[in-house]
Design a protein around this ligand. Structure first.
Ligand code: NAP
Length: 212
């Protein structure tokens, strides 16, 4: 992103493996942009996810390209290579520190990801510092049981629920009934993925023989 873009003050940081990106992710980003009045959403595909033992993980480059294809028609969406290009494991703390360096310490970062990923945050590297660097938007499917997320909030903020509610927000996204796992299974079993992912992403997957 260019120098002029450094004026952004409220930035959505869309973290995910995006293996592959689908319409559920895009609806999530658009909803966060609108609900939280963000200036932009930056999609950050993980390079080498520290927590993954997925044998059908497309390469970081393929996941990055699919994310670019999926977001190219939205002028508020950008994609960053920050994790794809970083050597070693993709830790969120390193990404947030880098974004603060680029956009300034006053930029308000909203880390947007799946609620199930946020539930594991206590196992992430430097959790305490991460919490000081960003707010969280936990995207859920309708009907998602929020008990564990509420427990996590109490634990992270020593039962100060008011402070927790100003840090971790929940957003219910019906389109998240689409899942990357289902899409990979469909490709493997020669079933259609039309309308689950943007057309360009579907073509890219089939053309490059991903998830077979
Ligand atoms: P994951 O465990 O594969 O995903 C958990 C759930 O969240 C899945 O249902 C997934 O659906 C959904 N999801 C993932 N990203 C989403 C998004 N941006 N918006 C809406 N739903 C989303 O999680 P992951 O994708 O590998 O990682 C999520 C983020 O957490 C990444 O940025 C990753 O780097 C970060 N993380 C950091 C650490 C660390 O720093 N140590 C450890 C773990 C995760 P789909 O499968 O359909 O996407």
């Amino acid at each position: 992103m260019g120098k002029e873009d450094r004026q952004y003050k409220k930035i959505g940081v869309m973290g995910g493996t995006f293996n592959p990106i689908h319409h559920g992710h895009l609806v999530t980003a658009q909803e966060a942009l609108s609900q939280f009045k963000l200036d932009v959403v930056i999609f950050i595909p993980t390079g080498n996810p520290p927590h993954k033992v997925e044998n059908r993980l497309a390469s970081a480059e393929d996941r990055y390209i699919m994310t670019v294809i999926a977001t190219s028609s939205n002028r508020d969406f950008f994609v960053s290579r920050i994790e794809v290009d970083r050597k070693g494991k993709s830790y969120t703390i390193d990404t947030l520190r880098m974004l603060k360096k680029i956009y300034g310490k006053d930029a308000l970062l909203y880390f947007i990801t799946g609620a199930d990923a946020i539930l594991e945050i206590l196992t992430w590297k430097n959790t305490e510092e991460i919490v000081t660097l960003c707010n969280f938007i936990a995207a859920t499917r309708p009907g998602y049981d929020l008990t564990r997320l509420e427990e996590l909030k109490s634990k992270l903020f020593n039962n100060d629920i008011e402070a927790a509610n100003e840090k971790i927000f929940v957003m219910e996204i019906p389109a998240l009934s689409i899942s990357s796992t289902d899409i990979r299974n469909r490709v493997k079993n020669n079933r259609p993925i039309d309308y689950l992912v943007p057309e360009g992403v579907s073509n890219y997957i089939l053309k490059n023989g991903l998830y077979k």
